[in-house]
Design a binder for this molecule. Structure first.
Ligand code: BG6
Length: 517
C-alpha cells in the first residue's frame, strides 16, 4: 500500500459511544449458537480489550450444571470454533472469571428471581443497571422471557432510572407477517422499540457493511448505480452444506424464510437504497424500509412466473455423496419444503424502474459463495458490438461478500498480438491482500454495537414486517401445491432448470460464482 493511502484513512466513528460496564445474560446458553458464535465473539472482543471493563456474562438455561462445568464447555467451543483457534490460557482464565451460569426454566418466575439475585450480587453499580439480554431461544419464548424479566424488575420500559436494558433477539422473527406483528406487539409491552435489537448476522459482515461505503464514498460508481446504466442485478447466496442436523427447524422454515426474508432482502436493500440523509441509525433504516416498500408486491397468482423453488435430491458435492432432502433426519417423508429459491423482483421507484433483481439461494449447491453482481448494459450495437454481437461481454461489478472477500470489475481489453481480438479482463480488489487476513466475525461487531446501543446494524420493527409482507404471498402461491418433477435438483448442481428459465425469459443468464485461486 502506498504510504499516502494510510494518511488518507478517514475515521468516521470518533463519536462512537463508549461501551459502558454491563452484564450480558444469554438465554439458551446451552445452544449451538452460544458455543459456536456468541462466546467465541465475546472472547475475541475481550482479548482485544473491546469489551467494557468490568463485564459479566451469565448463561441462563434449563440444564443443571455448575459455572465451572459451563466454562469448561465454552472453552472447548472456543477452541473448536473461534477464528483464531488457539486459545491463550492466561487470557482465557481472565475471561472465564467474568462468566457465570444460572440454571432455570424459561417459564419459572423463581428462576428469574434467582437471576435477579445473582445480578444484584455484583459489586460494580453499572453491572446491576446496564443489562443486555440475548434471546437465543425459539421465537415462541421471546415474549415469555421478556415478561418474566419485566416482572422480576430486570427489564424496564422507558424508565428514567439510571442504566439501560436491551433485548437482542435472534432470527427467525416470526414465520409470517401476522406472527411477526404479534411478536412485536408482545415484546413492545415490556421493552421500547429502541431497546429491541433484532439480529440479521449478514449485517455484521464486513463486506455487507462495505456496500454503503462503496456506493456512497465513490463518485464514479454511484453515478452508474441507476436504471440508465444497470441492466440487471444478481444476488447469489449459495451453500455447499445440506440441512444436516437442522432438519426439524428447516421443515418449518425452508429457504424462503430461512434466507430470503432476511439475509437476501437485506443485501438487496443495501444495494438498491437511496443515500440516507445522515449516517444515523434511523436515517439508514428509513431508507432500507423505503426500498423494501418499493419492491413490487406479487399477487399469489403471479408467483409462478417470478419465483422458482426447488428441493435437492441425492447427488454429490465435491465428490462426496449427499442424500436427498426427503431422506434427511427429522424431515417429513414426501415433504414439499424448498431448499432452493430463485426470484425476480422489480423495484418500482425512480432509480430502478424496469431493472430486474434476481435473487437465489440454496443448499447443497456446488460452491459456498455469497456475491452481488451488478450487470451493466451492453454497449450500443455499433463498432465492436456490431461485429461481435452477444459475444462482446457487458461490464460487471461483482461484490464478493464471502469467501475471498473483495470486489471485481470486469471490462473488455485487446488481446495483445497482431490480430484484433477482444476479451473480458478483470480488476480485483481483495480484502486479504489489501488489509491482511483479519476479518472480525459478524457476531463480534453486532455484540459490540448492541452493548454500545447503536441500532444501525439491527432490523427495525417496520423493516421486519415489510420483509414478511413481501414473502407471505410467495408462500401462499406455493401452499397446497406439491413439488412437480422439475422442482427438484440433484445435490451438487446449481438448482433447478426453471431457475435458468426464469432469467432466460428476459435474455439473461445466471453468472455462477467462480472459485478464486
Ligand atoms: C443462517 C441460516 O441464518 O445463515 C443458515 O439459518 C445458513 O441456514 C446461514 O446456513 C448462512 O450464514 P453464513 O454466514 O454462513 O453465510
Amino acid at each position: 500500500m502506498d504510504q499516502l493511502d494510510e494518511l488518507l484513512t478517514c475515521r468516521l466513528d470518533f463519536r462512537r459511544r463508549k461501551a459502558e460496564p454491563c452484564s450480558i445474560v444469554i438465554f439458551g446458553a446451552s445452544g449451538d449458537l452460544t458455543a459456536r458464535k456468541l462466546i467465541p465473539a465475546l472472547y475475541h472482543l475481550f482479548t482485544e480489550k473491546q469489551l467494557p471493563d468490568p463485564v459479566r456474562i451469565i448463561g441462563f438455561a434449563r440444564r443443571e450444571k455448575s459455572s465451572e462445568a459451563w466454562r469448561a464447555e465454552l472453552k472447548a467451543g472456543v477452541e473448536a470454533f473461534s477464528r483464531t483457534k488457539r486459545v491463550d490460557g492466561r487470557l482465557w482464565e481472565a475471561f472465564a472469571t467474568c462468566i457465570e451460569y444460572c440454571q432455570g426454566e424459561f417459564s419459572d418466575a423463581q428462576a428469574y428471581a434467582k437471576l435477579a439475585g445473582q445480578i444484584a450480587g455484583f459489586e460494580h453499580a453499572a453491572l446491576k443497571q446496564n443489562l443486555l439480554f440475548y434471546l437465543s431461544t425459539s421465537p415462541s419464548q421471546f415474549a415469555e422471557v421478556a415478561e418474566h424479566l419485566s416482572k422480576a424488575g430486570l427489564l424496564k420500559r422507558e424508565t428514567t432510572e439510571p442504566g439501560w436494558q436491551r433485548v437482542v433477539v435472534e432470527k427467525p422473527f416470526g414465520h409470517d407477517l401476522l406472527s411477526a406483528q404479534k411478536l412485536n406487539t408482545e415484546l413492545t409491552r415490556f421493552a421500547h422499540e429502541k431497546q429491541i435489537f433484532r439480529i440479521d448476522h449478514y449485517l455484521g459482515k464486513e463486506t455487507v457493511q462495505n456496500i454503503l461505503m462503496f456506493r456512497f464514498s465513490n463518485a464514479i460508481f454511484e453515478q452508474l448505480w441507476t436504471r440508465q446504466s444497470v441492466d440487471h442485478i444478481q444476488i447469489t447466496v449459495s451453500e455447499k452444506i445440506g440441512v444436516g442436523s437442522r432438519g426439524g427447524y428447516y421443515e418449518e422454515a425452508g429457504a424462503l424464510r430461512d434466507m430470503v426474508q432476511n439475509h437476501l432482502l437485506q443485501v438487496l436493500a443495501l444495494i438498491a437504497m437511496e443515500p440516507p440523509v445522515s449516517l444515523e441509525a434511523e436515517s439508514i433504516r428509513d431508507e432500507k424500509v423505503k426500498l423494501l416498500r418499493s419492491i413490487r408486491p406479487l399477487h399469489s397468482s403471479q408467483v409462478a412466473t417470478s419465483i422458482v423453488r426447488g428441493q435437492y435430491t441425492a447427488g454429490e458435492v465435491d465428490g462426496q455423496p449427499r442424500v436427498g432432502y426427503r431422506e434427511e433426519n427429522k424431515v417429513r417423508p414426501g415433504t414439499n419444503v424448498e431448499t432452493f429459491v430463485a426470484a425476480r423482483f422489480l423495484v418500482d421507484n425512480w432509480r430502478w424502474s424496469g431493472v430486474p433483481f434476481y435473487l437465489r439461494t440454496g443448499k447443497n449447491l456446488p460452491l459456498s459463495a455469497s456475491e452481488v453482481r451488478i450487470q451493466f448494459r451492453p454497449t450500443p450495437n455499433v463498432l465492436f458490438a456490431a461485429q461481435c454481437g452477444t459475444k462482446l461481454d457487458a461490464n460487471a461489478i461483482t461484490l464478493r461478500l464471502q469467501p475471498n472477500e473483495g470486489i471485481t470489475l470486469r471490462f473488455n481489453g485487446k488481446v495483445p498480438g497482431t490480430s484484433l481480438q477482444i476479451r473480458p479482463v478483470r480488476m480485483h480488489f481483495s480484502y486479504d491482500s489489501e488489509f491482511g487476513a483479519y476479518t472480525p466475525e459478524a457476531y463480534e461487531r453486532l455484540l459490540l454495537e448492541a452493548i454500545e446501543g447503536d441500532a444501525t446494524l439491527f432490523i427495525r420493527r417496520d423493516e421486519v414486517e415489510t420483509a414478511w409482507s413481501i414473502i407471505d404471498p410467495i408462500r401462499e402461491g406455493w401452499s397446497n401445491r406439491s413439488l412437480s418433477n422439475d422442482e427438484f435438483y440433484s445435490a451438487g448442481t446449481w438448482g433447478t432448470v426453471a431457475a435458468e428459465q426464469l432469467l432466460a425469459a428476459s435474455g439473461h443468464t445466471w453468472r455462477n460464482p467462480q472459485p478464486v485461486s
